[in-house]
Design a protein around this ligand. Structure first.
Ligand code: MN
Length: 494
């Protein structure tokens, strides 16, 4: 498609994109390429090759071809001006291609035939040498399909050659225990730390095997992939054959903030039909923040900053698969912004720290909202017109003793009241599970300590009880025995 088309579709008084002009091919080679991530109506990646004084352009809805998906659609779009090779910015709402454009990779390419003739016959093989991509691809026009082409990956062994040498040779691990953070009392600035959003969802480590099979495991090693069909395209977005990555599955509210309460609508579902229905209303997203294994190399011993670099090299973020963004150093300002947005808090991670399969001071969480998990040890009888139960009686472990932490009487919908009651009733026992049984105002029923609730609250009282606790949801990814008071965790761990 012609360059005139490029100019016809845009209002250069409004869009920040360059008007440009057809230029003579630029010495020495005139063989630059760029891949731009474009968050338009549909997220896609635009591949552009400098050729004949313009950028020949293809929009790739699922990104570049990858080892697991060696053939992807590439829709040819209008020629772009050479100046576009440096373009990054926000195309305003209402304009053609509205949305954010960011350079994902750039470099030079080689072609071993006459470019014009190759374009004409609808098949060109190029060797891309970029910062991330280093491989041979073929673009093939699908005859009779208008502007539709395919991008094919020919050679994978050339992908990211230097990165392949990082880490140590190892087989892909069958199971990883996710690294955990300690609670930090207050936000801080530190040049030795990266700061990230603390997501309010469930932790998940994913394993993409060489045969393309994908496993997504929760903290207590339960398979989650069937629950989130959104992530079925996972393997399409990695320039790698075998990977293990760590991240968090969330559901976002209208402000784009992850909310554990919303994820409740997706947790625990098992039937394909109910999952498909729930997915419509509550689409899940998976934010990836670490990479532990890549194509025969164990990366857990590398410093975090290098693991982040490698992750960015092999990952093409897409609609449901995000990259958890981070900033360096300025933790206090970042925390302030997070609190302003109503986020749960931020994470501070040591740049030089390895990935440890346990709780470590290398990772710290700084909370803007007080929220943690508690064990349900009983419930009170309802008052007034309320059905099922009045409040949950919750606690935490200190050693083998379950300490009472308070009663949680708000945060329930009619549906959760019913569901919780259905889960609690069969667990009923005569004896209180707490080391010191509370004496609530309403008659209490005690249950075996099997259920874990996520609860937010304003503070701990001097008596060690929760002030203004609100029920957020049940957790099926944490065992009751793991539930301790967060402030005590560091001390207990020594
Ligand atoms: Mn585009």
């Amino acid at each position: 498609m012609s360059f005139e088309e490029y100019r016809r579709r845009r209002r250069f008084t409004v869009t920040p994109e360059p008007p440009g002009k057809v230029e003579p091919t630029r010495p020495p080679g005139g063989n630059r390429f760029v891949i731009q991530k474009h968050d338009a109506t549909h997220i896609h990646y635009d591949l552009r090759l400098e050729m004949g004084g313009v950028l020949k352009s293809w929009a790739c809805p699922k990104g570049l071809a990858t080892p697991h998906y060696r053939k992807k659609l590439a829709v040819q779009v209008e020629d772009h001006p050479l100046a576009y090779i440096d373009f990054e910015g926000e195309i305003p709402e209402g304009e053609y291609g509205a949305g954010k454009v960011a350079i994902w990779d750039r470099g030079t390419y080689e072609i071993f035939e006459d470019p014009a003739a190759a374009l004409e016959k609808g098949a060109l093989t190029v060797l891309l040498e970029g910062g991330k991509v280093s491989g041979e691809f073929t673009l093939v026009h699908m005859k009779g399909k208008g502007r539709n082409w395919l991008v094919l990956l020919n050679k994978i062994e050339r992908l990211n050659p230097e990165l392949r040498r990082e880490g140590r040779a190892a087989a892909m691990p069958a199971r990883v225990r996710p690294m955990r953070a300690e609670l930090a009392p207050a936000p801080f600035d530190s040049p030795e730390h990266l700061f990230e959003i603390k997501f309010d969802g469930i932790r998940a480590v994913s394993y993409l095997a060489a045969d393309g099979s994908l496993s997504i495991m929760s903290r207590n090693q339960n398979e989650q992939s069937f629950r989130y069909p959104e992530f079925a395209n996972f393997g399409k977005m990695f320039l790698a054959g075998e990977i293990v990555v760590d991240g968090e599955i969330v559901v976002l509210d209208e402000q784009g903030v992850s909310r554990f309460q919303l994820l409740q609508g997706r947790m625990g579902l098992t039937g394909a039909a109910e999952i498909a229905r729930a997915r419509e209303a509550l689409p899940a997203r998976y934010y990836i923040f670490d990479i532990l294994y890549l194509d025969g190399r164990d990366l857990t011993g590398l410093p975090l900053s290098l693991r982040k670099e490698i992750l960015m090299q092999v990952f093409m973020p897409h609609k449901y698969l995000g990259l958890s963004e981070w900033i360096q150093g300025d933790g206090k300002a970042f925390f302030g912004a997070a609190r302003e947005l109503g986020l749960e808090g931020v994470m501070a991670k040591s740049k030089s720290g390895p990935y440890r399969q346990k709780r470590s001071r290398d990772w710290q969480k700084i909370k803007a909202v007080r929220e943690q998990e508690f064990v349900i040890g009983g419930y009170t009888e309802p008052q007034g017109g309320r059905p099922y139960f009045g409040a949950l009686l919750v606690g935490f472990y200190r050693g083998r003793d379950l300490f009472y932490a308070g009663h949680v009487g708000t945060g329930f919908s009619d549906e959760t009241l019913k569901r919780l009651y259905g889960l609690m009733e069969p667990l009923e026992q005569r004896q209180a599970p707490f080391s010191v049984a509370p004496r609530p105002n309403q008659p209490a029923h005690w249950i075996r300590p099997r259920l874990v609730a996520q609860v937010k609250f304003t503070e701990w009282t001097r008596e060690g009880l929760l002030r203004q606790p609100v029920f957020l949801g049940l957790r099926d990814d944490i065992r009751p025995s793991q539930v301790v008071r967060e402030e005590e965790r560091g001390r207990l761990a020594g």
